[in-house]
Design a protein around this ligand. Structure first.
Ligand SMILES: [Zn+2]
Length: 576
């Protein structure tokens, strides 16, 4: 065999493995640095990118092949290493991590194998269009309207908004397949990618040129350090942004270009589209009203909250840090207050741990409702989250041991857990340790010192005499499922002073412990006690009431429980 044949057969082998894909380790490389220059042409829906990226081999073996992925509506133009073009083949790759349901992969043969931990810088170029596309949702039979109001990303002359990883791969990523029809697959793939990128740096330059006669275009990027420059030259308007995400953290880089008007208040800027003045004012007023309450709980605002309008009145809201994209289409002040409470919590309290960052923002919404309308309104609102929680906290089975760890609040990638369950955990902690103690713990929190999962629990424990180790273990470090309370027995007897002494034995049949409110109703009133009952355990309490006790009701809805059908107990009349 001639050498020529040898290399050809080697290429064929390589080609076959590329096509079959099984030999590729798509997640071998992380991208530790992006230096990208984007040109956006809204009239053509077009994005062109040139720049440099640094790949780091995060696998255990040396790698000669790197896989780079961008949205399937974009095309690879060039890949160079050290000024020399490198060999790459492109192929489509079906994955729901992108709104189009597919990626354009560049399978790059590196000039030399990169050892584990080693890095290489590549110069890249790609371009294409970004149109509104909900293929990944419609192909799994999501109704058209719901699908397009979820995947609203697009580059368009009227409105441009493009979110990054998980929506539109407008910058290179490297991921295994994500499949929306397979349970949590998309969230797991995305969470893995975000964790690998959390320490990365992204330097972004965005340039956008439009005709001078077009309405003024505003450019928004979800990065407080951005400098934005507006220029008019020769009948054209040019907008440019220069932004650095360092580190990227859990945030998804995004850009918005639209003809906005804005309304500025001390804690928030509201960017709104033409005709949305009333809703924008309503939102800004609500944010101003809720501001002092949020500051009292979570400290002063670190960066001004930004809210930007989405034209589709049904578009799903999206938040990233202190930026909220939402259709400003309603003048309902309660809804605006709820949204503002969440957003201002983000602008006041920073944590890279989702159960803290998102859990607290949802907790703040419940606190806001409690203040506006009382505890039952807050519990009703939290009840809306309980449905999501009940779906994933399997009512019949004990969590599998690996799930106990993977689904714990400190590790989970599930939104239901780090939003809904975490909100309940914060609420229960507030009920157990009291507001002043919890506020002091929040005030002591420093995101840069949060190096261990136990950091926040220790700050809370330092503010109370109570032993909370069991609570954190059942709810935060592990997913032990939910409690299930049942009054096992209740006996009452008449005292010498004519009152009644009720002895209640409360059983927790569930797999997580909690402190739960127990209400004793008697003719003419009720009294409330809080009882701490560990999982698979019982607790006894004695309650004195002025008249014969009639009924015991366990749990006002503040503790998520897997079975609430056994929570009411009729007390037998006192034996003479
Ligand atoms: Zn949030």
């Amino acid at each position: 065999m001639t050498p020529w044949f040898k290399s050809l057969s080697f290429l064929c082998v390589l080609y076959a493995s590329v096509v079959n894909g099984f030999a590729l380790d798509r997640e071998a490389f992380s991208i530790t640095n992006y230096d990208l220059n984007l040109q956006i042409e809204p009239e053509q829906h077009r994005l062109g990118a040139r720049g440099k990226i640094t790949l780091r081999n995060d696998s255990q073996t040396a790698q000669k092949i790197a896989v780079l992925q961008i949205s399937s509506s974009l095309d690879w133009r060039s890949v160079k290493a050290g000024d020399k073009p490198v060999q790459f083949v492109t192929q489509p790759f079906t994955s729901d991590i992108d709104h189009t349901g597919g990626l354009s992969e560049a399978i790059v043969t590196l000039p030399q194998a990169i050892a584990p931990g080693g890095t290489i810088e590549l110069e890249i170029g790609y371009e294409g269009v970004i149109l509104r596309d909900a293929t990944r949702l419609t192909r799994i039979d999501t109704p058209e309207e719901a699908a397009t109001s979820t995947d609203w990303d697009q580059i368009d002359s009227r409105f441009t908004a493009v979110r990054g990883a998980g929506y539109v791969a407008w910058y290179p990523i490297a991921t295994e397949v994500a499949n929306l029809s397979e349970g949590n697959s998309l969230f797991e793939v995305l969470a893995r990618w975000k964790n690998r990128e959390a320490g990365s740096k992204m330097h972004l330059k965005i340039g956008l040129t439009r005709d001078g006669s077009d309405p003024q275009t505003d450019l928004l990027v979800n990065n407080p350090s951005c400098s934005i420059l507006y220029e008019a030259m020769g009948g054209f308007q040019h907008v440019s942004a220069d932004c650095t995400y360092e580190p990227l953290g859990q945030h998804v880089p995004l850009f918005v270009a639209a003809n906005y008007q804005s309304l500025e208040r001390p804690s928030v800027v509201v960017h709104f589209l033409s005709g949305r003045d009333a809703a924008a004012t309503n939102f800004a007023d609500a944010a101003e009203k809720v501001g002092p309450f949020i500051t009292d709980w979570f400290g002063p605002v670190r960066e001004k909250a930004k809210t930007a309008d989405l034209p589709d009145p049904k578009a799903a809201a999206f938040e990233t840090g202190a930026l909220l994209l939402t259709p400003l289409a309603s003048d309902d002040s309660k809804m605006a207050g709820l949204a503002a409470a969440h957003q201002l919590t983000h602008s006041a309290f920073l944590s890279f741990r989702p159960w803290i960052e998102e859990g607290l923002a949802h907790f703040a919404q419940a606190l806001y409702l409690e203040r506006e309308k009382g505890r039952p309104a807050a519990l009703d609102y939290m009840g809306l989250h309980r449905f999501a929680l009940g779906e994933i906290e399997n009512p019949t089975a004990m969590p599998r041991s690996e799930d106990e760890v993977n689904h714990s609040l400190v590790n989970t990638t599930s939104e239901e857990l780090y939003r809904s369950k975490a909100m309940y955990v914060w609420w229960m902690l507030r009920d157990m340790v009291g507001e002043p103690a919890l506020k002091k713990a929040f005030a002591a929190y420093r995101p840069e010192q949060d190096k261990e999962a136990s950091y926040m629990p220790r700050l809370i424990a330092a503010q109370t005499q109570r032993d909370l180790a069991w609570f954190f273990d059942d709810w935060v470090y592990r997913d032990r499922g939910l409690p299930d309370f049942k009054v096992e027995s209740a006996f009452s007897s008449k005292t010498s002073t004519g009152s009644f002494m009720l002895t209640i034995t409360l059983d927790n049949l569930g797999t997580a412990g909690a402190e739960v409110p127990v209400v004793v109703k008697y003719s003419g009133g009720e009294v409330m006690r809080r009882m701490e009952v560990r999982s698979k355990n019982k607790a006894v309490t004695r309650v004195e009431v002025p008249a014969a006790p009639q009924e015991i009701v366990v749990n006002d809805g503040s503790v998520p429980e897997r079975n609430v059908t056994n929570n009411v107990f009729k007390v037998a009349p006192v034996e003479k």
